[in-house]
Design a protein around this ligand. Structure first.
Ligand code: 5GP
Ligand code: ZN
Length: 152
């Protein structure tokens, strides 16, 4: 058992605004979203880098990320595009040592605000978790779109 913060979120010891979960992966809202609808997808298993996961779990991680993006596009948030990003180790700006796939929506013409958020991020992280208000409403919109995609 590790005391990594994402493992603690998986175990329910720390709160998170959950979007999707199954036996292999968990998806939840990033507490410091770079853009609205910023989701993290993580494997339940604690590993630091992508190659340490089994091909099956890796596949589940990427597939879940793609489905989250599909749900974002279909949701009321309606981003124009998205980044899929994995910072694969501390020297690549990985700040939480548990594999995580960023699903980061982009909105038409949001370049300036995006850069501002990116530059502000170290200060946000140092200041501590933002008020999670707003995240729940966006998570609910993503969950509803996912349910439609899955035919529920
Ligand atoms: P990294 O820089 O390691 O690729 O990304 C880590 C991400 O995790 C950051 O975008 C950061 O905002 C997010 N994060 C850090 N701590 C927490 C937390 O306690 N809860 C949630 N939901 N996200 C977190
Ligand atoms: Zn972990």
């Amino acid at each position: 058992m590790t005391d990594c913060i994402f493992c603690r979120i998986i175990r329910g010891e720390l709160p998170a605004t959950r979007v999707y979960e199954d036996a292999d992966v968990l998806a939840f809202m990033d507490i410091f979203p770079l853009r609205r609808g910023h989701v993290l997808v993580i494997p339940r298993e604690h590993q630091v880098q992508l190659h340490q996961l089994s091909p099956e779990v890796r596949g589940r991680l990427i597939d879940t990320g793609a489905r989250i993006a599909q749900a974002l596009y279909a949701s009321s948030l309606q981003p124009a595009a998205a980044h899929f990003a994995i910072n694969d180790g501390p020297a690549a700006q990985q700040s939480v040592p548990h594999v995580h796939l960023h699903v980061l929506p982009r909105y038409a013409g949001d370049g300036g605000r995006f850069l501002l958020r990116l530059l502000r991020k170290p200060f946000d992280l140092a200041l501590g978790p933002a008020a999670a208000g707003g995240l729940e409403a966006d998570a609910a919109a993503i969950r509803a779109a996912l349910a439609k995609i899955d035919g529920h």
